[in-house]
Design a protein around this ligand. Structure first.
Ligand SMILES: Cc1cc2nc3c(=O)[nH]c(=O)nc-3n(C[C@H](O)[C@H](O)[C@H](O)COP(=O)(O)O)c2cc1C
Length: 313
């Protein structure tokens, strides 16, 4: 039997499969479909200090091999999350990574302080990459100084593993991974969605109420794999990869490119029972290739005969 466990800084995950933020509710909503304790981790929907309404409809549009969303970080806020969701997540023995988002640096710090005292929180994912809100979030994630400042400020106030979630909407994503590592991050996760838009040609109106939104799903996977590859070569901390994963082969591609763990988002909307299928597919691959530990696959891409063509930044 292969060892599926992976290490994200001080946190051991039972396997490399994490549910991506915003695509798995707060976790408890999926408890009827998935035994939450069998997932590597559940990443919560993005939480602000206070509840938020998000954007009005239309907030989701299907595109070729992808999905466009502009939810606008609707959420119940951190206090209701702790009171209403965490107790059940604890009971179900889920590993809980909380995705936090602030409009200011102080809000990230405050959220980190509050969640550090809550029982059942295992790590913080800093959403500095949401493309769908005007202030905060991506403003930090698109600036190297902003990334460094928010990660180091949160680092100072929490004992929990800190995982900044990087935006792909930058030219050199590896430099943001480096800034995160220098600021004390335990890992980085990537990618959040790609800024995109869709237009109804009959009405000439944008399909999303917010005009622009974030693209996810299989359409983005090759770009995400490339970004994970670049980041893993740039830092020593673990990289958590995501973007369009919909099968065991997709997970393996990310692991081989350099991801220590992965997150599944959009595919979960298509098939909420995807988890055991993917896990079985990974087990099968490890057995066929005689690999004892899934961690042994990480970053094992063989570029030997192709490396010369690679122009890294
Ligand atoms: C409907 C929806 C809501 C999302 N909400 C969040 C969020 O609250 N916080 C966050 O960091 N990412 C959020 N994301 C981004 C996903 O976590 C993930 O980074 C992205 O969708 C790429 O993975 P995928 O192609 O597997 O979906 C959301 C994505 C979707 C589709």
């Amino acid at each position: 039997m292969s060892d599926l466990s992976v290490q994200i800084g001080p946190l051991t995950l039972a396997n490399p499969l994490m549910a991506a933020s915003g695509c798995f509710g707060y976790g408890v909503e999926y408890a009827g479909a998935v035994d939450l304790s069998t997932l590597g981790a559940v990443v919560s929907k993005g939480l602000f200090l206070k509840p938020r309404e998000g954007h009005p409809p239309e907030r989701i549009v299907e595109t070729p091999s992808g999905m466009l969303n502009a939810i606008g970080l609707q959420g119940i806020g951190v206090h209701r999350y702790i009171a209403e969701k965490l107790p059940e997540l604890r009971e179900r023995r889920a590993t809980n990574v909380i995705n936090i988002c602030g409009s200011t640096l102080d809000e990230y710090v405050e959220l980190a302080r509050i969640l550090s005292d809550a029982d059942g929180v295992h790590a913080l994912e800093l959403n500095i990459s949401c493309p769908n809100i005007k202030e905060g979030g991506i403003t930090f994630g698109c600036s190297l100084n902003g990334t460094f400042d928010v990660v180091s400020a949160v680092r100072k106030v929490t004992h929990l593993p800190v995982i900044p979630k990087l935006t792909p909407n930058v030219t050199d994503v590896a430099s943001f991974a480096r800034a995160s590592e220098e600021a004390g991050a335990d890992a980085v996760s990537l990618v959040n969605t790609f800024l995109a838009m869709a237009i109804d040609v009959e009405t000439r109106r944008p399909k999303l109420s917010n005009v622009v939104g974030g693209l996810s799903g299989p359409a983005i996977r090759p770009i995400a794999v490339r970004m994970v590859y670049e980041c893993q070569r740039a830092v020593k901390i673990p990289v958590i990869g995501m973007g369009g994963i919909a099968s065991a082969r997709d997970v393996l591609e990310f692991l081989i490119a350099g991801a220590t763990a992965v997150q599944i988002g959009t595919a979960n909307f298509v098939d909420p029972f995807i988890w055991s299928k993917v896990l079985n597919g990974i087990r099968d691959y490890l057995q066929r290739h005689d690999v004892a530990r899934v961690a042994d696959l990480v970053g094992t891409i063989d570029t030997s005969s192709r490396e010369k063509q690679w122009t890294s930044s």
